[in-house]
Design a protein around this ligand. Structure first.
Ligand code: GLY
Ligand code: MN
Ligand code: MN
Length: 462
């Protein structure tokens, strides 16, 4: 856990930003997999972790804005719990670790909320994202499941986004730990990237590395020779010489901070000329986008600059044609780079996505585009010092998309379809790093992970 004053300060700022009422943070409960006692990996809610720090089920937190105090609701373990689960600190002890002075049993919560609502006070909640959470909230708030939505508070969402967006030195140190574990995961995958191994041998080995460092993976491992499928979770192929593998994987630290790294490597350890050409192009977009990520610039501008690098390179390779700026403005590059340049990262790998992507990545004046490709950019708004972002340009040859656009004669002035068709079976290249925006630029987090063609080939030789 971070020093207790951090949690106290976060809650104080939150109360000031929200202004009035009660803020309710329901902690996550265990989630049954196939029967009640056989559960999925437990994950605490990220906002609960941010403000109350306790990574265990059975807790709720209330920040009483009008009364200027916070209360942790939870029950001490029974003897039966201790027999099966072991001992754990008392609720009061845990509360004191995060500088919460008041504790109450869970049974008191419903009455407190009812009292507040009966006296006309507002209860603020964040958007719930688990079914059991909605049902519990409905019970606590004396409403039905649909009625819960009325308590979702725009003021609270805005305040939480404002606070969680800027990472402090402790959070950045945690994220760097997660990136360093990801570095071991990625170099391990590269070293295993030889014909005869199956994708699941690589994905299983790297998931085990995350676990052996104390946390699970930050999201299900994406590892595939069919990298043209952007989030490919199928790991059943045997590696074939000459194909590329996209590996998009990250670790979660014990404090639940994420990393999200992608590397692309050639099965067998040597890039072909064609693979090198596309790889260098994506690498250029990655490196230049990192350099372009500075406070005050919008991430949308950085994304579009990356798109121009990809389109310009594809023009040199004869895959695109015409004016590069016009092609990108029209969205023609999205045939090859259909996703966004990156997203915020922190306690969630797509940080705060549960609070609404547009609430995190867009503003009243900068709205999300509905153009294919640009519409997938999760974060468009201006970068600020302390934001942690991913930078993940890519270039893919997606047969279904190429065939569809060709059939529609879409952007024929910008795309050389016969040449694009000759890349069917290539897969894709994505290169993803995690950065922090500094006061005058940006910095790649963690120990460098092999990224250039020479570094990747050297790692695979090793
Ligand atoms: N790991 C999923 C992503 O890069 O957004
Ligand atoms: Mn990723
Ligand atoms: Mn990512």
């Amino acid at each position: 856990m971070f020093p207790k004053e951090i949690y106290w300060q976060r809650r104080k700022l939150l109360r000031e930003l929200v202004g009035e009422g009660l803020i309710l943070f329901p902690g996550n409960e265990e989630s049954a997999m196939n029967y009640k006692d056989n559960t999925f990996h437990y994950r605490q809610d990220s906002s609960f972790l941010y403000f109350f720090g306790i990574g265990k089920p059975g807790f709720h937190g209330i920040c009483d804005v009008d009364g200027g105090k916070d209360t942790l609701y939870g029950d001490d373990l029974t003897l039966e719990d201790i027999i099966w689960m072991g001992t754990q600190p008392s609720v009061t002890e845990m509360a004191s670790e995060v500088a919460v002075e008041s504790t109450k049993g869970l049974g008191a919560l419903e009455g407190e909320l009812k009292k507040a609502l009966d006296s006309g006070r507002r209860v603020h909640i964040l958007p719930p994202y688990r079914g059991d959470q909605v049902i519990r909230l409905a019970g606590m708030l004396g409403t039905d499941c649909e009625g819960v939505q009325e308590y979702v508070s725009r003021e609270l969402i805005a305040a939480v986004v404002q606070l969680r967006s800027v990472k402090d030195q402790y959070e950045i140190a945690e994220i760097e730990k997660a990136v360093d574990v990801a570095g071991i995961m990625h170099t391990t995958a590269m070293k295993m990237g030889f014909p005869g191994n199956f994708e699941h041998e690589l994905s299983g080995a790297i998931e085990g590395i995350a676990l052996s460092h104390g946390g699970p993976v930050a999201f299900p491992v994406i590892l595939s020779m069919d990298g043209q499928t952007l989030h490919n979770h199928y790991h059943g192929n045997e590696l074939i010489e000459g194909r590329l593998v996209i590996c998009d994987a990250g670790a979660e630290t014990e404090m639940c901070y994420a990393s999200d790294i992608t590397r692309t490597f050639p099965v067998g350890g040597k890039f072909s000329t064609r693979q090198k050409e596309i790889y260098e192009l994506v690498l250029k977009a990655n490196v230049e986008s990192i350099a372009a990520s500075v406070p005050g610039r919008t991430n949308r501008e950085v994304h579009l600059a990356a798109a121009r690098i990809i389109a310009g390179g594809l023009k040199e390779l004869g895959l695109m044609k015409g004016d590069v700026d016009e092609a990108v403005a029209a969205g023609a590059h999205a045939l090859f780079f259909p996703h966004g340049l990156g997203h915020m990262m922190g306690l969630d790998v797509h940080d705060m996505e549960g609070l609404g992507e547009n609430n995190v990545g867009y503003t009243d004046t900068l709205k999300r585009s509905d153009q294919f490709g640009l519409a997938y950019l999760r974060m468009g708004r201006q970068l600020e010092t302390g934001f942690v972002m991913t930078i993940e340009p890519g270039c893919y040859f997606i047969p279904a998309l190429i065939s569809k656009w060709k059939g529609e004669k879409k952007f024929e002035q910008f795309i050389n379809y016969s040449r694009a068709e000759s890349y069917m079976g290539f897969g894709g290249v994505r290169i993803e790093d995690d950065i922090v925006i500094t006061s005058n630029g940006s910095r790649v987090l963690g120990t460098p992970i092999p990224k250039t063609i020479e570094e990747v080939e050297e790692t695979m030789r090793g």
